[in-house]
Each structure stands twice: as structure tokens, then as C-alpha cells.
Design a protein around this ligand. Structure first.
Ligand SMILES: Cc1cc2nc3c(=O)[nH]c(=O)nc-3n(C[C@H](O)[C@H](O)[C@H](O)COP(=O)(O)OP(=O)(O)OC[C@H]3O[C@@H](n4cnc5c(N)ncnc54)[C@H](O)[C@@H]3O)c2cc1C
Length: 532
């Protein structure tokens, strides 16, 4: 269990630290899963670390996942055993280090054809075997009745039986915050709303970054022995600037692909089990996952050229999710049932050639590159393996002599901020959110003014104050999208709360909490207007 007295996060001292004339061992650009994981690992090994995020922590892809902590059953079908084994190991590590934010979840694959249960079941037995002692529970074959008992919301017509297996689920944005706060507790300076505008080069080498506080426009130059570009789908912007500054053409690394999720009420999937359809009518995968009192339906995988921060779904994606959900759920959700719709961009990595970068496509989904100027870029991978990715990144920094080597493993048994003892965790991630979501910090949250004043189910005034005082929140969106997840659960409800949350933020000393901007965003989540 971690220390339950939360560190304060007022902004002025963070910026004052940023203004100090010092050289960090490591500067990380990007505050999603990847960058935060690198910052935490480096801080835990005793390096001096600064992390700069242009918007809010997890504003990018890292708050838009399907929320699964998984080994990746489908990689097994591709024969990628090493990848699956590592992810299963990381799954167990994450569940142990943040039991309030990441927990086991049973999944049922319903079968409507006789061959499906034995076919998938054998693969899932192999999945269990690969997990070994990291396993969360044994795969079971289910008859028709048992399938419907566990997933009463499954379509009964034509159902033959099913297979139950175990994976994990998590609260992605709150996990990102826990990483940021744990890194800060280990001495890292982590700053949101501070965009890196350019790299600083000396003698053809990267020696730091220039960044801008988005609230005041103030510019800072931050010097570091090693700069890690962990900007997700946006990594090519810094890579290309690095190339231009050093007179070297750089080919794009990322081919983005978007994934859409729809959220509906829990009544569409009562019970505690997720539903997985491994092969929809057109060969895709469909999940229905109970999460924070609602159900997530998704996802899609659609190539997309532009890199909007708030991408819009394509009409075809919404139609696919609703159409296939209607096939596999007893009650077909319609557009009017959608409480929220969000879209995330996956940084798929293009094969790289000989453009001067030290290319190493590690035998996992992520890629780490070190440019001739020493800019370290990491992208791809998945949330589940963020910790192992961070270890790879630091190893590459050591190999390139950008940092003096220190032993790996510092984060294997490192509980994240708020982690309670596992035995104290009673509520599930699939349950509606509440004070329990704060783990060991619940009492500290409840003790703030407004602990008894509920703004919406599971969201109190005290939680809003805690978000500002201890969780780096600066806007209504930060509070309602990523500290609370209300935007993702019920966008119309979140929209209606914006003025009240804005007033609380102003009471907490924030000049412009961005009420109108949030209302417009929530409108899009509640009533998604598809891309042309
Ligand atoms: C639809 C979908 C579903 C997924 N589901 C799962 C799942 O269930 N389980 C799982 O394990 N993985 C899942 N993933 C994968 C996982 O979400 C991603 O691998 C992970 O979130 C990527 O994190 P990141 O930090 O690399 O990128 P991001 O989270 O996008 O972070 C990059 C950050 O860099 C910031 N940034 C950009 N430019 C600058 C700059 N100039 N200065 C400062 N900051 C900058 C951005 O604002 C952003 O916050 C899913 C991905 C998608 C798309």
C-alpha cells in the first residue's frame, strides 16, 4: 500500500521549476501511457526527469482504449507466442501494482456454431498455459444455459454454448494520472498544458527542447542529456523537425488507424462478464465490456490520414458497432441508446528503411528509434505493456550512451499512487464509479469540502477539488473526461454539469476553466456527427 497523503499539484511552482537553469538526465515529450511509463521508470531508477504534455495527461489515445489489460488472444492466432507471454506477464504486474484501477474480468465468447467453442477453447487453454502463474483463472467450456446465466444479455436465438476466459480491465485515464503522480512522488517534474514547440540542437545533437505554457504563452528552454519523443500518433512532427534541423530527410513512421467506441446502459449487458465475438459477420472482433456501471461496445480499426485530437467517427463505424451488437445482444441498442461515443487513434508503425535512423523494430508491437542527433522516438505498442516498453526505451538510451546505465526492474513491484492492499479492494472496475475509485486516497478525497455534495452519481464536489489540488486538473474537461470519466459514460449528463464544475474550478483559483469548450465537446460525444 502506498502513502495515502496526496502531494499537492499547484501550477505556479511547477512552472517555477521549469524555469530553473538546470540540465535533466531525461526529458520526455508526451504524457500518455508511453511517456508517463518512461518518466516513471527513469525516476524510479534515480534519474532526474522532466515530462512535458501539450494538453492534459492521457488527452490523446491513452484515455480512449477499450480498457482491457490483455495478453492479446488474437496474436496467438498469428503464432506470436513471445508477444502474448510478455503481455500476460505485464497484465499480472499491472493488476498487482494498481488493484483499484486494474482488475481481472471474465470474458465469454458465445458460440452460435458447434465448432466455435472447441476451436476457440483450445486457443484459450494455450493462453492460460502461457500465462502460467500469472493466470487469472482457468478457461471453461460452457453449455447454453451456463452461457446465458453468465451473460444474460447475450442473444439466445441459435446459441449453442460458449467459452469463458479471463483477462483484465482498467480505467485508462486514471491509470495515466496515477503514473504521473507516482513519477512526481519519485522526483520527476511532470507538467501538463506545456507543448514542446521545437528541439534544441547543438553540434548536430539534441540537447533539449523549447516548450510553451499553453495558459500564459510563456516559453521555457529545458536542457536534457536525452530527449524521448513519446507523442503517440504525433511522433512524426518532432522527428521531421529533428531531420530538418540536422539536414536529413525523415520518412513518416506512423500510419494512424482509428477506433470507435459506443457506450450504452448496463441493462444491455447485465451481469459481470464481458462478451467477446472473435469473428463478426465480416471477420472483425467485437467487444461488449461492462465498465464503470455502463457497457462499452467496440471497436473499429479504420485507416485515417489526419491526426485530429478529437477525431470523429465514420458513419460506417457506428453502423458496424450497432449492427453487430444487435446480432449478439438480446436487446439491440439503437442510436438513441448511445450515451457517449469516443474515437481514439492507434499509432500503427510503418516498416522503416535506411533513412539514417538506427531502426529496431523490437519483436513486439512498439518501435524505438534513435536518430543520428540522439532523439529517441517510441511509438506503437499497447497500454498493457507500457511498463515493459519503458524498460526497452531506457535500454536504448543506455545503448546509445545518452544515459549512464542503471539496472532495470525498478517498477516491477512499485505500487502506484493510491494503490490499496489487494485484500481491501471490494468494488470492481465494472461497477459504477465512486470514492472507491480513489483506492487508498478515498479518505483524503472525502475529507475535502463538499465530500457530501454529489454533483452526479459517483462524483462529489470534493472530487472536483481533489482533481485541482492533487491531480493537475486545469479545465472542466480535465475533471469530467479524465479524473471522473463522466464524458465517456454519459456525455449529456457531463454537459449539463459543466457550469457547476466550472464554478468550483474558479473557486479553486482557475481563471478560465473552459466551460463553453467542454459543452461543445460533450455535445459531439453525446450526439456524434460523423466525418464525411
Ligand atoms: C481504439 C483503441 C483501443 C485500444 N484499446 C486498448 C486496450 O484495450 N488495451 C491496451 O492495452 N491498449 C489499447 N490500445 C492501445 C493504447 O491505448 C495505446 O497503445 C496507448 O494509449 C498509446 O499511448 P501513447 O502514450 O503512445 O500515445 P498518446 O496517449 O496519444 O500520448 C501521446 C501524447 O503526446 C502529446 N503530445 C503530442 N505532441 C506533443 C508536443 N509537441 N509536446 C508535448 N506533448 C505532445 C499528446 O497530447 C498526447 O497526450 C487501444 C488503442 C486504440 C486506438
Amino acid at each position: 500500500m502506498t502513502d495515502a497523503s496526496p502531494l499537492p499539484t499547484p501550477r505556479a511552482p511547477l512552472l517555477a521549476q521549469l524555469a530553473e537553469d538546470r540540465r535533466y538526465d531525461l526529458a520526455v515529450v508526451g504524457g500518455g501511457a508511453t511517456g508517463l511509463g518512461v518518466a516513471l521508470d527513469a525516476a524510479a531508477r534515480g534519474f532526474s526527469v522532466v515530462l512535458l504534455e501539450s494538453h492534459d495527461f492521457a488527452k490523446g489515445t491513452s484515455s480512449r482504449a477499450t480498457k482491457l489489460v490483455h495478453g492479446g488472444v488474437r496474436y496467438l492466432a498469428q503464432g506470436n507466442v513471445a508477444l502474448v507471454r510478455e503481455a500476460l506477464h505485464e497484465r499480472a504486474t499491472l493488476l498487482a501494482n494498481a488493484p483499484h484501477l486494474a482488475q481481472p474480468l471474465p470474458f465469454v465468447m458465445p458460440s452460435y456454431r458447434l465448432w466455435e467453442a472447441p476451436f476457440y477453447g483450445i486457443g484459450l487453454k494455450l493462453y492460460d498455459a502461457l500465462a502460467g502463474r500469472s493466470g487469472l483463472g482457468a478457461t471453461e467450456f460452457l453449455g447454453r444455459d451456463a452461457t446465458l446465466t453468465r451473460v444474460p444479455g447475450a442473444q439466445p436465438a441459435g446459441l449453442k454454448g460458449g467459452v469463458q476466459y479471463w483477462d483484465g480491465q482498467f480505467d485508462d485515464a486514471r491509470l495515466a494520472l496515477a503514473l504521473a503522480r507516482t513519477a512526481a512522488a519519485r522526483g520527476a517534474l511532470v507538467v501538463n498544458y506545456c507543448a514542446v514547440k521545437s528541439l534544441v540542437h547543438e553540434g548536430g545533437k539534441v540537447v533539449g527542447v523549447a516548450c510553451e505554457d499553453r495558459e500564459t504563452g510563456r516559453v521555457f528552454t529545458v536542457r536534457a542529456g536525452c530527449v524521448v519523443n513519446a507523442t503517440g500518433v504525433w511522433v512524426d512532427t518532432l522527428r521531421q523537425q529533428d531531420g530538418a534541423d540536422t539536414g536529413r530527410p525523415v520518412r513518416p513512421l506512423v500510419a494512424p488507424s482509428q477506433g470507435v467506441h459506443l457506450v450504452v446502459d448496463r441493462s444491455f449487458l447485465p451481469g459481470d462478464h464481458a462478451l467477446l465475438v472473435p469473428k463478426t459477420t465480416d471477420g472483425r472482433v467485437l467487444f461488449a465490456v461492462p465498465w464503470l456501471g455502463k457497457v462499452i461496445l467496440g471497436t473499429t480499426d479504420t485507416p485515417r490520414e489526419d491526426l485530429a485530437l478529437e477525431p470523429r467517427p465514420f458513419e460506417e463505424e457506428i453502423a458496424f458497432i450497432l449492427g453487430e451488437s444487435a446480432r449478439y445482444l438480446r436487446r439491440a441498442p439503437t442510436r438513441g441508446d448511445v450515451r457517449s461515443c469516443w474515437v481514439g487513434l492507434r499509432p500503427l508503425v510503418k516498416p522503416q528503411g535506411d533513412d539514417g535512423e538506427n531502426t529496431k523494430a523490437i519483436s513486439r508491437e512498439h518501435t524505438v528509434l534513435v536518430s543520428p542527433s540522439g532523439l529517441v522516438t517510441v511509438t506503437g505498442g499497447k497500454w498493457t505493456t507500457y511498463r515493459a516498453m519503458a524498460e526497452d526505451v531506457l535500454q536504448r538510451c543506455f545503448d546509445a550512451r545518452l544515459l549512464a546505465a542503471r539496472p532495470a526492474g525498478a517498477t516491477v513491484h512499485l505500487p502506484l499512487v493510491g494503490a490499496p492492499a489487494a485484500a481491501q479492494v471490494r468494488q470492481r472496475i465494472s461497477d459504477a464509479p465512486g470514492l472507491h475509485s480513489y483506492g487508498a486516497e478515498a479518505a483524503a478525497v472525502a475529507a475535502l469540502p463538499g465530500g457530501e455534495t454529489e454533483l452526479a452519481p459517483g462524483l462529489s464536489e470534493a472530487m472536483v477539488r481533489f482533481a485541482v489540488r492533487h491531480e493537475y486538473a486545469r479545465t472542466v474537461e480535465d475533471v469530467l473526461a479524465r479524473r471522473s470519466r463522466l464524458l465517456f459514460l454519459d456525455a449529456a449528463l457531463a454537459q449539463g454539469l459543466a457550469p457547476r464544475v466550472g464554478a468550483l474550478l474558479q473557486e479553486e483559483g482557475i481563471g478560465d476553466p473552459g466551460v463553453a469548450a467542454f459543452e461543445a465537446l460533450a455535445q459531439q460525444y453525446a450526439h456524434p456527427q460523423p466525418s464525411a
